[in-house]
Design a protein around this ligand. Structure first.
Ligand code: PRP
Length: 228
């Protein structure tokens, strides 16, 4: 049987993803927790191999069938809307999408609809949909990263970006105007692979579901023991 191919993201969620995959028994020591330059890793004992890609490219590998499964943030899926199955919320790398502006600027002034504001973002489609739904016209400026610098240098008035710890916003003197959406890592599958390899993928999904449920329970306060 050929190995199961799983696309995973580099960067911020990489280490947590490797921990998750190892705990799930899907990856062995070959998939190292520190990112190297090797972008293709085989784990023969687990019958898996990994494509380590940019997060926005993970759905592409899965959609075209170069990978059977993928792990990627909901933020990426919401923006790209790839033709894949989203199977499971893995619950880690939680973050928020926010609308943010320079501290001290009155947001009502920015969003009064009288002038077109410029919004820098990695998520142009969602940003436009959000402002359209509010009846506000904005000019969306697409950037690949370092979004938070855009207002400082006059490239944009506002930003839409993801926030995890809030440190990048703080260090760039930006404040949240509005929380828009939330995100966490998701398991996705190629549609054909999901059907044709149901016997193989089904039990993996079940195992991951139980693992995630177990983690949720561990994180919740335990019910008080009833007194006798
Ligand atoms: C993401 C995001 C923010 C930052 C938020 O960027 O775009 O810039 O993380 O995280 P924080 O709230 O914990 O500071 P990333 O580190 O992926 O780099 P990028 O700017 O190059 O996209």
């Amino acid at each position: 049987m050929s190995p199961l191919t799983i696309a995973i993201p580099k960067g911020r969620p990489y280490a947590a993803t490797v921990r998750f995959l190892r705990e799930a028994g899907l990856a062995g020591p070959e998939l190292e927790p520190e990112e190297g330059r090797s972008l293709y890793v085989e784990c023969p004992e687990q019958g898996t191999r990994f494509i380590i890609a940019r997060d926005s490219d993970v759905p592409t590998y899965v959609e075209y069938g170069a990978a059977d499964l993928g792990i990627v943030g909901k933020n990426v899926l919401m923006e790209a809307e790839p033709q894949v199955y989203e199977l499971l919320d893995l619950g880690y790398s939680k973050c928020r999408f926010v609308l943010a502006a320079p501290a001290g600027v009155d947001p009502r002034q920015l969003l009064n609809g009288r002038s077109t504001q410029r919004v820098a973002t990695k998520y142009p489609r969602m940003t436009e949909a959000y402002f359209n739904s509010r009846g506000l016209q904005v000019e969306t400026i697409y950037l690949h990263g370092s979004i938070e610098v855009a207002p400082k240098v006059g490239l944009a008035d506002l930003i839409v970006d993801i926030v995890e710890t809030g440190r990048t916003l703080r260090e760039n003197n930006l404040v949240v105007i509005e929380d828009l959406w939330t995100s966490s890592m998701r398991l996705i599958a190629n549609r054909a692979a999901y059907r044709l390899q149901a016997e193989r993928i089904g039990p993996i999904v079940q195992r991951l579901r139980e693992m995630v449920a177990g983690r949720d329970l561990a994180g919740k306060p335990q019910p008080a023991v009833a007194e006798r």
